[in-house]
Ligand binder design. Structure first.
Ligand SMILES: *Cc1c(COP(=O)(O)O)cnc(C)c1O
Length: 411
């Protein structure tokens, strides 16, 4: 056992290590792994106590690493939570959830009550918007949407009853990069909790808490799982919010399966190299798309010239190969023809796996205050296609895109 793994996890001994190194060492406490490299899958509901006095102690201790009952998890879950905490500078702890969507849902429920208002950036993940508009509304919480690129407009919206803001950076369909430090500063001046869905870049690509968020939300289903074989979510929070988040999530009965957590831990160890490759291949493909006459715009923050590139360079240390492009003056049938002609890209939801995916996206269906197409596009150019670039050879992916564009010609 290396020395570093004898002092794992919770921030301090890891502060000087680079994210790629933390991905390898984090969460590997000897009391959880034994002599094995990885923690075993601890399947547990009941924990047996020595005696009544020990039972009483367990009732009061409420932290990962102390057995109580399966609802509070066991070493496999704690190792994953501990690793995610160690990856996020400024974090006090992490809660795990059975899906990515359950993570923002529980984070919102931890900070909102009847009479409060939630502000949501207009590029936010559609199912989270639906939760706010349907469920939170039923519980007396109102929601208003704002343009994530308009900091002054956002600051001006904050009212007495505004309690929380939900950001997504960048938006996973339209890739707007927002000024998180500026939005967070405005939110905090108004006493709002800042929740940020950080699924696109993940903790190695964007340090959400260091840039002003109070809670960093991940769909672990995507990059951490990395192999399209599990669903999980997490929220990593500052000390101020972690206690509230933990209490509400346990009261809401949220926990993740130890089997899925073991898979997520396996995925986590290789996440850095997978994301680097996906980003590099994504850039090759984005450049190739950008040079085509039949593509109006590539939306991919790491690409020079893409909207959001300057803010991405300022704030991010990494990325992933999720990008959107807009066809020039083509209709929906042409877009469907292009997508159907692809051979290496699967048509399906989600992303972050080893295999490439394609999806037609219709941002106008989920917008409240920002238009699609945006002002910088010709209004005839509205057919958007989202690509997830996996680990195939990028030359093969470009050849596949090339033949698919050929299949829909001429305009
Ligand atoms: C996929 C996704 C989620 C939800 O994750 P699931 O595991 O599919 O429930 C939340 N936010 C973003 C940005 C996502 O892409």
């Amino acid at each position: 056992m290396s020395r570093i793994c004898e002092f794992p996890g919770m921030a301090k001994p890891h502060d000087d290590l680079k994210p790629a190194t933390r991905l390898v060492t984090a969460g590997r406490k000897p009391e959880w792994t034994g002599a094995a490299v990885n923690p075993p899958v601890w399947r547990t509901s009941t924990h047996l106590y020595e005696n009544c006095a020990a039972l009483e102690t367990g009732r009061h201790v409420n932290a990962d690493g102390v057995f109580h009952y399966g609802a509070r998890g066991g070493p496999t879950q704690w190792a994953l939570a501990d690793a995610l905490t160690a990856l996020e500078p400024g974090a006090a702890g992490t809660m795990l959830y059975p899906t990515g969507l359950a993570a923002p849902v529980c984070a919102l429920l931890a900070v909102l009550k009847a009479g409060d208002e939630l502000l949501v950036s207009d590029n936010s993940y559609d199912p989270t918007r639906t939760f706010a508009q349907r469920w939170l509304k039923n519980f007396g919480v109102t929601t208003r949407f704002f343009d994530p690129l308009d900091v002054a407009g956002f600051a001006g919206m904050i009212a007495d009853k505004s309690r929380a803001v939900l950001l997504e950076n960048p938006g996973s369909l339209t890739m707007e990069v927002c000024d998180v430090p500026a939005l967070s500063a405005a939110a905090k001046a108004g006493g709002l909790a800042v929740l940020l869905d950080n699924t696109w870049a993940g903790p190695t690509g964007f340090q959400a808490l260091a840039h002003g968020a109070d809670m960093s939300i991940l769909a672990l289903t995507k990059h951490v799982g990395g192999h399209s074989d599990l669903m999980l979510g997490s929220v990593t929070a500052t000390a101020e919010y972690y206690t509230r988040l933990r209490r509400s999530s346990l009261q809401l009965g949220q926990q993740a399966s130890p089997d899925d957590c073991a898979l997520a831990l396996r995925g986590l160890r290789t996440m850095d190299v997978r994301l680097r490759q996906s980003t590099a291949s994504g850039l090759s493909i984005a450049r190739w798309l950008q040079a085509r006459d039949d593509v109006a715009q590539v939306l991919f923050p790491p690409l020079p010239g893409s909207p959001g590139h300057e803010l991405w360079r300022r704030d991010f240390t990494g990325a992933c190969g999720l990008l959107t492009f807009v066809l020039k003056g083509r209709d929906e049938a042409a877009r469907a023809g292009l997508i159907d002609a692809l051979r290496l890209f699967g048509i399906g939801y989600s992303w972050g796996g080893f295999e490439s995916l394609v999806l037609p996206v219709n941002p106008e269906r989920d917008r409240a205050v920002t238009p699609w197409p945006p002002a910088f596009l010709d209004q005839a150019d509205r057919q958007a296609v989202r690509l997830w670039i996996g680990l195939e050879d990028p030359g093969d992916l470009i050849a596949d895109l090339d033949q698919a564009f050929g299949a829909i010609k001429p305009a």
